[in-house]
Design a protein. Structure first.
Length: 277
């Protein structure tokens, strides 16, 4: 195919075709891999990606499931294909979420005496348990926000008035967080708060230029230790993230419980003393 023909073909690719190809590339799947997973022919998939065939609504859902695409992005795929969104996004404070809030409270309390928070997709703290509040009160003086305000954990980590002065290995933690944000922002739509949050953090003068790019070679660390230090008091923690099972609501799929567990015996003793005090 000549260059002119290739450019013409690229222009004719449908939005749904581009979305699918981008997700397939992200998942490191060949057309044959995805076709086998979705139980369709590779030829049919190729036609969809190049705009020579229009997928049915059920086909979009099938391909989304095969690619394990998040619900929010599945709605975007459906819209790109000309269909109405399928998945709802219910506010966590809505009356119909009362049972879910009870479940979240139970999960947070079960982590005591270790700190735990419930976070939304944009790192806003929805709820916290007693142990986290005690940990924050001890290591992050003056961190408390306005009543009713939902603090953003990432903004707190990067703020000189927040957590940053008390994180001894801040460079390591902040770099990991930025890379994680880059990964989460890869498929974000225009106007997504994730993009704005990442942009705001990268505007900081103390953020190295190399952090502005997603480092594809950087290993996805399973456990990132956080070393908190204030005066002679030290605590080394690692986080454990819990997601809800197989929700069919965007809010629930994006919600996560992040618990902060002691990384050594010294930290275990520090936390025990704080909770007894």
């Amino acid at each position: 195919m000549g260059k002119a023909a290739a450019k013409t073909a690229e222009k004719n690719v449908s939005p749904i075709g581009k979305y699918l190809k981008n997700w397939r590339t992200t998942r490191r799947m060949s057309q044959l891999d995805l076709a086998c997973e979705a139980e369709i022919s590779a030829r049919h998939l190729s036609f969809i990606e190049t705009g020579r065939a229009e997928p049915s609504r059920d086909m979009v859902i099938t391909l989304s499931e095969a690619l394990e695409i998040p619900l929010r992005d599945r709605n975007a795929l459906l819209l790109a294909a000309g269909y109405a969104p399928l998945y709802s996004e219910t506010d966590i404070d809505a009356p119909e979420m009362a049972h879910i809030r009870t479940v979240i409270d139970f999960m947070l309390e079960s982590y005591n005496p270790y700190g735990a928070v419930a976070l939304d997709a944009h790192w806003n703290v929805l709820k916290s348990n007693r142990a986290y509040d005690k940990l924050a009160e001890t290591f992050f003086p003056g961190l408390a926000g306005a009543p009713g305000e939902r603090p953003n954990m990432l903004r707190q980590i990067f703020s000189d008035e927040g957590m940053r002065p008390y994180i001894a290995n801040w460079d390591e933690v902040a770099y990991y967080m930025i890379q994680r944000m880059h990964r989460e922002a890869m498929h974000a739509q225009v106007g997504d708060p994730t993009l704005q949050l990442l942009e705001d953090l990268l505007k900081r003068e103390d953020v190295p230029r190399r952090w502005h790019l997603f480092d594809v070679s950087a290993p996805a660390e399973l456990l990132i230790p956080v070393h908190l230090k204030i005066g002679d008091l030290n605590a080394r923690l690692f986080s454990v993230i819990t997601m809800l099972g197989t929700p069919q609501d965007i809010t629930l799929q994006e919600l996560r419980i992040e618990a902060f567990m002691p990384a050594d015996e010294e930290t275990r003793e520090v936390i025990s003393a704080l909770m007894e005090g």
